[in-house]
Design a protein around this ligand. Sequence first.
Ligand SMILES: [Mn+2]
Length: 288
Amino acid sequence: MLLNTYEPWKFAFSAENDEIIENSFGIIGVPFDSTTSYHSGSRLGPIVVREASFGFEKFNTVFNKDLTTNFYDFGDVNVVPGNCERTCEIIEDTINEILDLNVRPIIIGGEHSASIGAIRALTDRYPKLTVIHLDAHRDLAFTFIGEKYSHATVMRRAHERGVDLVQIGIRSSSSREEEFVKSTYNIQTFKSGDVHKHMDAIEYYLTNIDGPIYISIDMDVVDPAIAPNVGNPTPGGLFVSEIETILETLCHKNIVGLDVVETASDRLGDNTAVVAAKIIYDFLTLVK
Ligand SMILES: [Mn+2]
């Protein structure tokens, strides 16, 4: 059993895990940041995001709705510092355990590489999976500094699993990544400027997606004026209200999992951790 290895806090409003109800949600933390290339510290994300979650009320005023979704906090996975591939295998095993309980996973990162563990487990069960990827970056490099498993390659590994990819908030990529996107048919891009100017078109696109959806949110999709403590802060990002609109649209769909990654806050009460906690809190309020 890989769960409950380390549990400094449980996310606010989570249920006791002694009796697991099916069709609920299960949170795991991934305190891993070994492939970070710029601002390190996302290993602390699971702790600070959980702590920040206690700042919210059960009634969500933005959506005029109580948080009534049943969910558990299973603690953190046993990561292997310095070994991304092994850590991703452990995440995959843990996500499979959660899925076997008929519980849908929510990952608190940790660096973005964690997502591939969840996506591997989910594509085994849902061959036609769509990944909605909110990020400043495409994360589509084939290798990064010679490494296949990295925060910068995670969506390339996901694409190799046959997922349809919808990238939202993009404002930084390499020419190689752009060429790769052009050479494929199943990667849709909405740059951060599209979010600011054409949200109605994005809502329309998301509403018309068929089948199971996994949502992966790199906290650097948010503007660094609002959420600066991330691995690779990038100016010109999304506002919190835009994330709310995207979540509200997606939560009418068949959502099979969520991750919120790259929170690299180094102190309690930090605004990046508060925004990450709010995204999970909003998702849990909205999801069906
Ligand atoms: Mn990113």
